[in-house]
Design a protein around this ligand. Sequence first.
Ligand SMILES: NC(=O)c1ccc[n+]([C@@H]2O[C@H](COP(=O)([O-])OP(=O)(O)OC[C@H]3O[C@@H](n4cnc5c(N)ncnc54)[C@H](O)[C@@H]3O)[C@@H](O)[C@H]2O)c1
Length: 272
Amino acid sequence: MKASVGKNLVKLFSLEGKVILITGAAGGIFREIAKGLAAIGGEVALCDVNEAGLQDVVSEITASGGLAYGVPLDLLRKESIQACVDTVIARSGRIDVLINGAGINRRVPFIDGDEATYDQIMGINLKGVYLMSQMAARHMISQQSGSIINVASYNSVMMLGGCAVYGASKSGVAALTRAQAVEWAKYGIRSNALAPGHIRTPLTEPLWTHPTRSKFLLERIAMARPGTPEDLLGMTILLASDASRYMTGQMYHVDGGCLAGGQPWDLDTAAK
Ligand SMILES: NC(=O)c1ccc[n+]([C@@H]2O[C@H](COP(=O)([O-])OP(=O)(O)OC[C@H]3O[C@@H](n4cnc5c(N)ncnc54)[C@H](O)[C@@H]3O)[C@@H](O)[C@H]2O)c1
């Protein structure tokens, strides 16, 4: 490879010197994303309610020479969100990229759902994203630059039984993304949603260990396998870096072809 090729690629996608605040950074997907972003030069502020989990990821990243620190965050408490943003600003001086990665799901039939569960899912997945974005964006507005990556879902546009509130929260995340793009472009802030398909993590383990649910999913994923957190890294780097400088207000599905359709029969043997 010509030396200039590597240099030009690095220039386009570089995260060197960028301060990246990641919520849900102790979880299945975003601990791996945090490692991947730190490995290419990002300074990652890892935020989560699971403080022990955060420490593990911070140790792993710093042991391999990356820049990372942990900040406790409870998205159900507004004062905790403000304290988290204040800590990142005090330590790093700016926020270049915000990744709203934290999210929960409680699978329950619509008819049986209770108010406390509704409030918890909406509180973390939607209100948490709203407040965190607002507080981080105030700094991005002063900087006149920033990239927000909200984490949506397959359930933003499709629905799986038992996921009514989760799906509603993730459709809401897509709407917040458009609102941020429309209102904040004039400050140099871009906002996009990363919509993972079916990724194997603790959140979705009950699906992959269930005989009929895992069969249902695998028949609908063109690539016929669950996604891994690492499968989402390329899109995250694109959205975080200046390579996506004209991209804002959209949702990007990374789903192994799940939304493309599905092939729940064998073309070789089925009736033509
Ligand atoms: N796994 C998938 O297939 C999939 C698919 C589509 C979208 N997503 C989304 O991706 C994101 C990460 O999913 P995951 O699979 O890594 O889940 P996960 O359960 O492994 O991680 C979620 C993280 O959020 C944190 N969290 C929970 N409540 C919090 C709170 N009150 N304050 C701060 N942090 C809190 C948890 O401690 C955990 O570390 C979520 O937003 C999820 O909805 C996941």
